[in-house]
Design a protein. Structure first.
Length: 213
């Protein structure tokens, strides 16, 4: 049975972690759609034409180990404004969403454009400061040399571009449920997401007894 969970939100809102844990809870497959744009962005930085890169993207391109840094993030946000790039990535995302056994997709336009008929839609946000604090801690831990102010400026620049673009801008679907994680732990955010998805008819793929969530 197909069951699609669409999770959107701005950078570093916690949507990636929530999506992974929600997918694990229900036994659904998970697609981090940002990775598709990051992989195309990386190829653009290496001199490729982004439209061609999106049309020929392969699973191997998603395994590169340089997709998580801020250069890849900024490049992703830049290629994401190109309608042909978005169109080239659409079919793969839609097919993933309807695979048997359930799927969680996280990104910016999942509830609005990729899966407007998703059974459950969430929009996960947090304040700019909190998001920058989280991203700064993550980057510092991984040994990157940066400052809080640089991380905050980077996030804001990316959000502005993602929200202002003409094609599939970042915004909540009309029927999305908002979760603000500013004052929440990850466990609390996951519990809230699981509750909402269960209310929408989501069931664990293995049919097993619900866990502590
Ligand atoms: O989720 P992320 O930070 O990895 O996404 C990187 C960029 O990719 C983001 O700034 C905008 C773009 N993106 C998008 O336009 N649509 C999506 N569904 C996912 C990401």
């Amino acid at each position: 049975m197909a069951f699609t969970v669409a999770i959107d939100g701005p950078a570093a809102s916690g949507k990636g972690t929530v999506s992974r844990q929600v997918a694990a809870h229900f036994g659904f497959a998970h697609l981090d759609t940002g990775l598709l744009y990051r992989a195309v962005g990386r190829q653009m930085l290496a001199g490729a034409d982004p439209i061609e890169a999106a049309r020929t993207l392969s699973p191997r391109d998603l395994e590169r180990d340089d997709l998580r840094d801020s250069d890849a993030a900024q490049a992703a946000s830049r290629v994401a404004v190109i309608p042909e790039v978005r169109a080239a990535l659409l079919t793969f995302q839609r097919a993933f969403a309807r695979r048997a056994g359930g799927a969680v997709l996280d990104g910016r336009d999942i509830g609005t454009v990729i899966c407007p008929d998703a059974e459950a839609k969430l929009f996960i946000t947090a304040s700019d400061d909190i998001r920058a604090q989280r991203r700064f801690a993550e980057l510092s831990e991984s040994g990157a040399i940066t400052s809080f102010d640089a991380v905050l400026a980077d996030l804001r620049q990316r959000d502005t571009r993602d929200q202002a673009r003409a094609t599939a801008p970042l915004k909540p679907a009309d029927d999305a449920i908002l979760i603000d994680t500013s004052q929440m732990s990850i466990d609390e955010a996951v519990a809230q997401a699981v509750k909402i998805i269960t209310q929408r008819g989501g069931k664990r793929a293995d049919g097993g007894a619900p866990d502590r969530q």
